[in-house]
Design a protein. Structure first.
Lengths: 766, 247
């Protein structure tokens, strides 16, 4: 017993020494922080945004590999679609615009093939003539009304043009550009838009396709964040001011958060990484989690305010150092676990940089904050009850009585919430449509609307066919596959080399079918050989080809159905002569979405387990470890349950709120538990210790809940649906994890108080 | 003083005008000389090999026989690979062109406005394969010269349909044959380049090999004359549809 006490006092002594050291190097610390902030802040100017989620599929993903190979071998994979809408497509003016747009787009680096009315292949034959040329001679666009009318009639007679390049009503036409496999898709879109900026065109111009959607998504996010982040910042500050009623209570947490964000973003830029759709969220997480550390320090300093400045600082920091370190280390473990469980490099980056950002917050809170306070803060001696607002004191008292009140009722309420949430989880939707992320008047909505209603959609789907491209069996198999594809409402059109061979066969006067004689096929082929379209449909050695189609939806449910059907079909129809494989944006997007959600949920579970082990080891009690994760576990259940009940689908954006939950939920529990244990070790009275913990750490938790919830509620005014949802879900996370830490955790402590006492007495050998 | 000044400037102007016309005349006559060299034989028959290569070095080899009489009659018939043997193209005056496919036993006329399309998978378009006087198609301008060659810029004459905005050509000074040619599209981008290897057989210079590269497609074609025979008085009957389908 004597030995144990000595150990405890030793470790306290050690902490005191560290605190003294921190205070001793305060000037150096401040200079270093300023220097680092300037250095890393300067790096942010080079920070790039890469919204291209599809670029992050791992190199060994079958569909992604095939997709990128198609991008290299067949002159592009993803589609950037430029829609031109006017009075009539078949007029000289409009066709001339089509030609100009085609020419400009063709010049953009990163673009493979461009297909439009003015360069698309046309095969026709009649009266002993055969013609393999262009639908419209780009050097001699017809001006004569009659010729134009004939052209229109002809174009409408062919599936290759109608609905594909010209809308059914003849008012809109498309220029379809394929993006090369190794190009930066969003940069290519920017270049195209730049080139077409000065186009003199009386009609409307639309941009569609996944690269455009992703670019628009990142543009809107950046625009939104620029507008919303300052408001959130101000609101959080305001809430802190209300909570602490002191300049210190506002400035210090906000300053550490801002510096930590600057360092993290600067580091991302300095190491040559780009902001992704995931790392975008890091500032949000740091605001929520990082501010909490500082809030706890300030809160503890406030508690010691009645003492002398130097002593107050030393004591407060020594006391809060261990829980803050524990809280941040567990959060860091949580985020680092994303590395192990991740399928995507994007998630790995997100895990690493968030962990680093939290480490920065920790460092700043423990080293920079004390330095700052010891130099600049003029400590007015205040009475303890003046250090936080009466409102917060009122609430903490309320929680105290709530937690110590009727445990049965309290736990029943939580049980009910959990049951309802679990019911909610079973109803969770996966119906995600990227386009629905935008508001109705956004150009993405309008473009995609045009592409879906008047054309065949914008999401490319490819079936790779391996086999002798000139053999009748393989070409027949292609036609059969295309017939299979045509069953699906959302795949209105597909194209393969078999179509062209049919057309040639018809042009020569044989009929619209693939001949059974290989020599015939080879001879028809020679006439097509060297045409741009051939390079897009078959490889040079003629042992592989693709069927290309468009899907006119990004609804993940439909995509899932299509993928499943195609997996079965391609397997069943592969044999020695022909082997098939399917890929495409819709397939990859679905996989990406699946894999992000899977790996996020997987990581959340790993994180929780790791935290249990970590806390158990540190506090020397498995029971403590289990108790600490209660708030996180419950918050996660309520979070996903809320999504099910409110109809917010689980997708790339919303699943990320789980990460914030881990960061916040664990911290609250750790702060509460540490304070509780502090009191408990002295008095072995569960109720008193709970009241003490709520009165001290509870205040910090309440202030943190209020400030972050209000700060993120601003996101409800965002232009993007995912950001609105994100803001709402963060608010839910904050409130639920705060409530869980202040009510459910105490209830659990009271329920297990017998075991608790035994374990503590054993540990302390009392 | 004033008069002297006027005379000086007038002379200068005349000098420049003259030098310009001389320049133009020179360029045109260089082009005429090229035409003269290319169309010197009355007729010719040859066996050609077409070696097509893509960007990764994959090759396709085709062989054909070629008969040509004057500038406007030409028969091109594939002999290898076996499945393509017998496919023939017959070009006649007034842009009349026939195609024959033996597997179908059918001949078809090819519409005249498809001349910018690739010929049989090669990097030559039908336009490139035509035997046309350069001088009747292009306006020539001498860009520069060195000891061995002239460097001309050829711009299509008004009313001439061409896929190329202009063509730049190096002409051998001693023998008047083209050394290399580079074609540009409307946006000023070099789209094709061809390198010629001329040799002399008897009294005629002819291109033993033309190496054409499509820079956009990253694909190239070597057209090699394996054998060649000049002035053997080819009969007009060779250049008929009946002969085309008689395979």
């Amino acid at each position: 017993m004597v030995f144990q006490k000595k150990r405890i006092s030793n470790s306290l002594n050690f902490m005191e020494k560290i605190t003294a050291f921190i205070l001793r190097i305060r000037y150096l610390t401040i200079i270093m922080v300023v220097l680092l902030t300037v250095l890393l802040g300067y790096q942010i100017k080079d920070l790039k945004v890469n919204a291209d989620v599809l670029g992050y599929l791992p190199d060994d993903d079958g569909a992604a590999m095939l997709f990128s190979r198609i991008g290299e071998d067949y002159g592009g994979n993803e589609l950037i679609i430029i829609g031109l809408e006017g009075e009539s497509v078949f007029s000289y003016e409009m066709l001339d615009i089509v030609r100009k747009v085609t020419d400009s787009v063709r010049m953009v680096s990163g673009i493979g093939y461009v297909t439009s009315l003015t360069n698309v292949i046309d095969i026709r034959g009649a009266d002993g003539f055969i013609e393999i040329g262009r639908l419209i001679d780009e050097y001699d666009i017809p001006q004569d009304e009659e010729v134009l009318a004939e052209l229109k009639e002809y174009a409408f007679s062919k599936a290759m043009y109608r609905g594909n390049l010209v809308s059914e009503d003849g008012t809109a036409t498309l220029v379809v550009a394929k993006v090369l496999g190794d190009a930066n898709r969003t940069e290519v879109v920017e270049q195209i838009q730049e080139r077409l900026k000065n186009l003199q065109f009386a009609g409307s111009i639309y941009y569609g396709g996944m690269p455009v959607t992703l670019l628009e998504l990142s543009r809107t996010i950046i625009h939104d964040v620029k507008f919303i982040a300052p408001i959130a910042f101000i609101l959080i500050s305001l809430m802190l001011a209300l909570g602490f009623r002191s300049r210190r209570g506002v400035l210090l947490p906000m300053l550490t958060v801002v510096i930590a964000i600057i360092w993290t973003m600067g580091l991302i830029s300095m190491l040559g990484y780009a902001l992704t759709l995931l790392t975008n969220v890091i500032p949000v997480i740091l605001m929520a989690v990082g501010s909490a550390y500082a809030i706890h320090v300030v809160n503890r300093v406030n508690e010691k305010m009645q003492e002398l400045k130097k002593e107050a600082l030393k004591e407060a920091i020594t006391g809060v150092m261990i829980p803050v370190m524990l809280a941040s280390l567990t959060t860091i473990i949580g985020f680092l676990s994303f590395i192990a469980g991740s399928y995507l490099t994007m998630i790995r980056e997100f895990g690493i940089f968030t962990a680093i950002g939290i480490a920065f917050s920790l460092l700043l809170t423990l080293v920079f904050l004390p330095a700052l306070m010891s130099i600049f803060d003029n400590f007015k001696r205040k009475a303890a009850n003046e250090t936080s607002s009466s409102f917060i004191r009122y609430i903490s008292r309320f929680f105290s009585s709530l937690a110590l009140g009727n445990q049965v009722v309290l736990i029943s309420i939580w049980a009910l919430i959990i049951v309802v949430s679990i019911w909610g989880i079973t109803r969770i939707e996966r119906r995600v449509d990227l386009v629905d992320y935008f508001k109705k008047d956004n150009q993405v909505q309008q473009s995609e609307g045009l592409l879906r209603t008047k054309f065949n959609g914008s999401m490319p789907l490819y079936i790779k066919i391996k086999g002798d491209m000139q053999s009748p069996e393989v070409l027949h198999a292609m036609k059969k596959t295309q017939t299979f594809m045509a069953q699906f409402e959302y795949i209105p059109y597909s194209q393969s080399v078999a179509d062209l061979i049919e057309e040639m066969n018809s042009a020569i006067g044989e009929g619209m079918f693939v001949p059974d004689d290989k020599t015939k096929i080879i001879q028809l082929w020679m006439m097509l050989d060297g045409q741009e379209i051939m390079d897009q449909l078959v490889n040079y050695t003629l042992d592989e080809g693709i069927i290309q189609a468009n899907i006119s939806t990004t609804d993940l449910e439909v995509l899932r159905e299509i993928e499943e059907n195609f997996e079965v079909y391609t397997k069943e129809n592969s044999n020695e002569i022909v082997q098939m494989e399917v890929t495409g944006i819709p397939i990859m997007f679905k996989r990406l979405d699946d894999s992000i959600i899977k790996s996020q949920i997987y990581s959340l579970v790993i994180a929780i387990l790791l935290v249990v082990v970590f806390v158990s080891l540190l506090q020397g009690s498995f029971l403590n470890g289990l108790l600490t994760i209660i708030p996180v576990g419950v918050t996660l259940i309520v979070l996903f349950g809320t999504m099910g009940i409110t109809g917010i689908p689980l997708d790339i954006a919303t699943v990320l709120t789980g990460s914030v939950t881990i960061g916040i939920g664990i911290d609250y529990a750790i702060h509460f538990m540490t304070q509780f244990v502090n009191f408990y070790q002295k008095n072995f009275n569960t109720r008193e210790s709970i009241a003490g913990a709520i009165n001290s750490s509870g205040r910090a938790i309440i202030i943190n809940v209020f400030s972050v919830t209000v700060g993120f509620a601003v996101l409800l005014f965002s232009n993007l649906v995912p950001l609105q949802r994100f803001g709402f879900l963060i608010a839910v996370t904050m409130i639920v994890s705060g409530l869980a830490a202040l009510t459910l955790l105490p209830a659990a402590l009271l329920l297990t108080s017998g075991k608790l006492e035994k374990s503590f007495r054993k540990k302390l050998k009392v | 003083m004033k008069i002297k000044f006027l005379i000086f400037w007038s002379l200068t102007a005349i000098f420049f005008l003259l030098s310009n016309t001389t320049n133009a005349q020179d360029a045109t006559s260089i082009l005429n000389n090229v035409d003269k060299l290319l169309f010197a034989p009355k007729d010719q028959q040859s066996e050609v090999q077409l070696i097509l290569s893509d960007k990764s070095g994959n090759q396709r080899i085709r062989e054909a026989q070629l008969w040509q009489k004057g500038k406007e009659k030409r028969l091109f018939r594939f002999t290898s690979p076996a499945a393509e043997a017998g496919i023939g193209f017959l070009s006649l005056p007034d842009e009349v062109m026939y195609l024959y496919m033996p597997a179908f036993g059918k001949e078809r006329r090819i519409a005249s406005h498809v001349k910018n399309q690739p010929f049989a998978g090669t990097d030559f378009t039908y336009e490139d394969m035509e035997s046309v006087n350069y001088a009747s198609k292009y306006k020539a301008e001498l860009l520069s010269q060195d000891d061995k060659s002239w460097y001309l810029k050829l711009t299509p004459l008004e009313g001439i349909r061409s896929d190329y905005a202009w063509v730049e050509v190096y002409v051998d000074k001693q023998h008047n044959y083209p050394l290399r040619m580079e074609s540009y599209d409307r946006s000023g981008k070099k789209v094709k380049s061809s390198v010629y290897t001329f040799v002399k057989d008897g009294s005629y210079w002819y291109p033993k090999e033309v190496h054409m590269t499509d820079l956009k497609r990253n694909h190239s074609t070597r057209m090699i004359s394996k054998t060649i025979k000049f002035d053997s008085n080819l009969s007009d009957d060779l250049f008929t549809v009946r002969n085309l389908i008689d395979y």
